[in-house]
Design a protein around this ligand. Structure first.
Ligand code: EPZ
Length: 419
């Protein structure tokens, strides 16, 4: 499937932000820690959620779907082996391994797939589980982790890892004794997950800070008392702000959490983008004098790596030079060639830095989406560009953004999906 986009038109209206992909996937994985069904509200029905559902069902869980809602019943899960084909399509499949290990005493999983944005090692996960007493068998194309008994550990992350932190937190929730996680990631999705687990009988303190302490239940499963509500997707919201800054007459990004978005708000303000910030919305429009600013991607609360591609698109329209410094992933500029073909002036300094000189008009082209965040960036570029663009490989975009074409049409964007 492809998107055909006719660009050059100013957009206006309200766009609602969906639940966060990187929150819902972890809550789905966490269902394996429970002795009863869990309900997840504000679910985005994106391709990655469907893949995660398939993985859970393949393990024996029962999953029902409602209006923006999922009910996952893990009670009949006995299997610990992840379906290879599905797991390889989704990096987040790795977050099932910790809860599986904690529930069953073993987990068998292939090397996880996902976006082509550089090396995606899992060494930290493996050493974390080993510190808790697990044994690792590294087969040719799969891993098997086993533990008769998981015991609490004092574990420091060599690099800050989001899924690593979530995985260790979930594994430790059912272990015996106390676990201390140091140099932990601080993303809001981690805090939200910890709150849910605590509400269900876990004992986790410090989530959202670099030091998390967990007193394990000693094997006892958690019991859900209330539904989990997925927090607004701060990356989706940030991408819509960038869209508004690039071509918005006035776009209201509704249902977001501005407190989770301080880095992108600061960057946009420094670029002269007018923003009106409410409790749960931000309105944005294109400034007359968009200014070039540099950004450096960092772990939360720094500038999110998942927003650097759309921000780079915006910077092609800014007066001056900007440097985008990607410090988390080593090949996340796959989209730059496409932007250059569309007329942008971008110099790839090295694997981690690009220099953009602006402003340059973009022209419609046939382009391919390299990964989901870059895919959305290319949509923004195509909406900015004069003429028609065709974006292929849009499964990548559907992985993280639900019905993005329909939602953008509400803002009067000319975007069609074709086979
Ligand atoms: C999460 O990936 C997100 N994915 C990513 O979003 C996001 O880009 C990333 O965090 C950083 O914010 C999910 O939450 C499903 P990391 P994750 O482990 O957890 C190195 C999107 O588009 N590392 O925090 O996989 C790694 O190479 C996706 O939604 C190790 O060295 O990222 C990287 O340099 C893309 N060994 C750094 O840590 C390990 O065992 C941070 O990665 C694990 C990671």
């Amino acid at each position: 499937m492809k998107f055909i986009i006719r660009g050059g038109k100013r957009l206006a209206g309200t766009i609602e932000v969906n639940g966060a992909k990187n929150s819902v996937l972890k809550a789905m994985a966490a269902s394996l820690l429970f002795s009863n069904p869990i309900t997840i509200k504000n679910t985005p029905f994106i391709e990655d959620v469907l893949r995660m559902r398939e993985l859970l069902e393949d393990l024996g869980a029962k999953v029902e779907e409602g209006d923006r809602m999922l009910v996952i019943d893990p009670t009949s899960v006995r299997d610990g082996k992840l379906n290879k084909e599905i797991a390889e399509r989704l990096r987040a499949s790795i977050v099932l391994a910790g809860p599986l290990l904690a529930r069953n005493g073993w987990a068998d999983f292939p090397y996880p797939g996902g976006c082509v944005i550089g090396k995606r090692p899992i060494d930290i996960f493996l050493s974390g589980w080993q510190a808790m007493g697990a044994k690792i068998m590294d087969g040719k194309d799969h891993f098997r982790v086993t533990a008769k008994k998981l015991r609490g550990a004092d574990f420091a992350f060599r690099v800050v890892s989001v899924t690593g932190t979530e995985t260790m937190m979930m594994t430790a929730a059912l272990a015996s004794g106390k676990t201390v996680l140091r140099n932990a990631a601080m993303e809001p999705e981690i805090l939200s997950l910890a709150d849910f687990l605590n509400d269900s009988g876990a004992k986790i303190s410090g989530a959202g800070t670099p030091k998390i302490e967990i007193i394990g239940t000693g094997g006892r499963l958690l019991r859900a008392k209330r539904p989990f509500t997925v927090i607004p997707d701060r990356i989706e919201a940030g991408s819509f702000l960038i869209l508004g800054a690039a071509i918005g007459k006035k776009i209201k990004v509704a249902g977001c959490e501005p407190e989770h978005m301080t880095a992108i708000i600061t960057a946009l303000r420094e670029a002269n983008v007018p923003l009106e910030i409410g409790k749960d919305f931000i309105s944005v429009s294109k400034p007359r004098n968009l200014k070039a600013v540099n950004v450096q991607t960092r772990e939360y609360p720094g500038f999110p790596t998942d927003l650097q591609a759309p921000f780079a698109v915006l910077m092609t329209q800014a007066e001056g030079e900007s440097v985008i410094f990607e410090t988390i992933w080593e090949s996340r500029f796959g989209y730059a060639e496409n932007l250059k073909r569309m007329g942008a002036n971008i110099f790839l300094a090295d694997q981690h830095r690009i220099l953009i000189k602006g402003p340059h008009h973009l022209r419609g082209r046939e382009i391919e989406s390299p990964d989901l965040r870059a895919g959305l960036a290319l949509i923004v570029a195509a909406l900015l560009a004069k003429g028609e663009s065709v974006i292929s490989n849009i499964y990548q975009i559907d992985r993280g953004y639900e019905k993005i074409d329909e939602r953008l049409r509400e803002l009067s964007a000319e975007i069609q999906r074709i086979n």
